[in-house]
Design a protein around this ligand. Structure first.
Ligand SMILES: Cc1cc2nc3c(=O)[nH]c(=O)nc-3n(C[C@H](O)[C@H](O)[C@H](O)COP(=O)(O)OP(=O)(O)OC[C@H]3O[C@@H](n4cnc5c(N)ncnc54)[C@H](O)[C@@H]3O)c2cc1C
Ligand code: SF4
Length: 499
């Protein structure tokens, strides 16, 4: 689909809503299926490639209501089956159709604590929207009801109205809970445990909170102000925060329990250990892990070329290796940091790419070049040890592998060289080994992920875990879902002790 300006999209939606506004109650499924899907308004691709402001602008009221009218209010609500936290999707959408935005956001909050975040970054097309009957009827998941965009709309609407309520906190119980890591898993546990009146302290290794939502996902997809507001709410609830505190180094996990008197600990330390290709030249100057690149840009403000203490390596031609969301974010960030050309090099085809379709489309609109069925063989350096090029190989697709995707097979003798000065490796992350190394009694699997039972309880007494440190690199909503389960189990354990 080609780019359409927000003004045109808004004018179209106003007209459609006018046509339907008086007969909302009598709309039949066949009428609803005729309503055109509402595209997400976005910044102009040329302009946004040079700024860090949010690319997707968000629906207007009219766009949201028109999109909500597309929902068939199905009896068998397959969309809910696809939602990891089981939001009552048809109910929240129906409120939007009638312009009842506060009621709508209240429905979402029964199940999800961070709708402004999930509405922006959840992979809806492979969850709720994949199961939507509208998309199924139209044989195109992109034509499903835009559940995520609607979620974002009402969450933003509530924030703009200033009606976000601070959750009620019960009277103090005298029990203390430590949360290690301030990503979505940790934040959700903090809120749910604090609500029960327990004292909660978040320990975070970095100087800022939010985990990958802050230092991984760039501002042009998830503004920091939204993460800040969630944290502000926790502070208002009385959650205590200890930054620059590396559990395992500053203090061991067992010390929190044995010496500091915490009654329960939740470990939500994520999967922040970058994986590399293991090819020649990866130690050259100008090769970055996506983690380092994005952390420098997002957390250390490297894009602020005059003001930042740690400005980033200047790049003209950048290759990003990988095909997931992390690769898309790195490529688009490289463009915004001033690169003249950015290639994404992926060894399968676009069909197998794990990145969200919307992000791939946005990257293409911004001018990122995609090179499919290719991969790096070695990175080439100059006499000063700086990257000057990359030798690549061409691939073709074979049979599906264990991931279900068709296996890339090297085309023998297909080597070719490209010139570039920067390589960003974005092929995945493993779990950080620190807590495991310093707490040997904590059982982990062969990838270093913490082993938990169905209540997120680890092998250690009083210690729970969830999010990427349990699942391996996953998603915000799955991390949140695990956080909610862990919080429920911690609350139950502490309630028994208090009884
Ligand atoms: C670039 C990028 C883009 C992504 N895009 C998406 C997307 O579009 N949609 C989506 O759903 N998911 C996306 N993800 C994945 C998603 O962000 C993660 O699945 C999610 O953040 C995991 O949450 P978590 O709470 O488990 O851990 P994290 O968010 O990783 O947070 C862990 C926190 O623990 C802290 N920590 C680690 N060790 C210690 C320690 N020893 N002591 C104290 N603190 C510690 C870390 O500093 C960090 O703040 C993306 C990931 C990346 C890297
Ligand atoms: S499956 Fe789609 S159309 Fe049906 S209730 Fe859910 S969102 Fe609405």
């Amino acid at each position: 689909m080609s780019y359409q300006s927000p003004d045109i999209l808004s004018a179209n939606a106003k007209k459609i809503l006018n046509d339907y506004i008086n007969n909302v109650d009598s709309l039949k499924a066949k009428d609803r299926l005729k309503i055109p899907p509402q595209e997400m308004p976005a910044q102009d691709p040329i302009i946004r490639g040079q700024n860090l402001e949010e690319v997707a602008i968000g629906y207007t009221m009219e766009e949201a209501r028109v999109e909500a009218l597309r929902c068939l209010e199905c009896v068998k609500q397959t969309c809910i089956d696809g939602c990891p936290v089981k939001i009552d999707i048809p109910r929240f959408i129906k409120h939007i159709a009638y312009g009842e935005f506060q009621q709508s956001v209240n429905v979402i909050k029964e199940a999800s604590l961070l709708p402004a975040i999930c509405g922006r970054v959840c992979p809806q097309e492979s969850q709720c929207q994949e199961n939507c009957k509208v998309g199924i009827a139209m044989k195109d998941v992109d034509k499903s009801v835009a559940i995520g965009r609607l979620e974002r709309f009402v969450a933003d609407w509530e924030r703009e109205q200033g009606t976000v309520k601070i959750p009620h906190v019960k009277s103090e119980t005298g029990k203390k809970v430590a949360i290690v890591g301030s990503g979505p898993a940790g934040l959700v546990v903090a809120a749910d445990v604090r609500r029960e009146g327990h004292e909660v302290t978040i320990f975070e290794a970095f100087h800022k909170l939010g985990g990958v939502m802050r230092y991984g996902i760039p501002e042009f997809r998830l503004p920091n102000s939204i993460v800040d507001e969630e944290i502000e709410t926790l502070i208002k609830m009385g959650v205590k925060i200890q930054k620059n505190y590396v559990v395992g180094r500053t203090r061991k996990l067992t010390d929190l329990i044995d010496k500091d008197g915490f009654d329960a600990v939740f470990v939500g330390t994520g999967a922040g250990l970058p994986l590399f290709m293991g090819i020649e030249g990866e130690n050259l100057v100008g090769v970055f892990s996506a983690n380092e690149y994005l952390t420098r840009a997002n957390l250390m403000r490297a894009f602020d070329k005059k003001g930042a203490d740690t400005p980033i390596y200047p790049s003209k031609i950048v290759a990003v290796l990988g095909g997931g969301n992390v690769a898309m974010d790195s490529a688009r960030m490289a463009l915004r940091l001033g690169a003249e050309k950015v290639y994404v090099i992926y060894r399968r085809t676009e069909v197998e790419m794990p990145a969200r379709k919307e992000e791939v489309l946005h990257a293409k609109e911004e001018g990122i070049e995609f090179h499919f069925l290719q991969n790096a063989k070695k990175i080439l350096g100059d006499e000063k040890g700086k990257v000057k090029g990359m030798e690549c190989l061409r691939y073709e697709l074979g049979e599906p592998d264990s991931s279900g995707r068709r296996r890339p097979v090297v085309v023998e003798g297909s080597e070719f060289t490209i010139e570039l000065d920067t390589v960003i490796v974005a092929i995945g992350n493993g779990s950080n080994p620190l807590i495991h190394q310093t707490t040997p009694e904590l059982q982990t699997n062969k990838w270093g992920n913490i082993i938990v039972d169905k209540n997120q309880k680890s092998s250690m007494d009083k210690v729970f875990a969830g999010g990427d440190i349990v699942l391996g690199a996953a998603t915000v909503i799955l991390a949140m879902g695990e956080g909610r389960k862990a919080a429920a189990a911690i609350n139950e354990m502490l309630a028994q002790k208090l009884a």
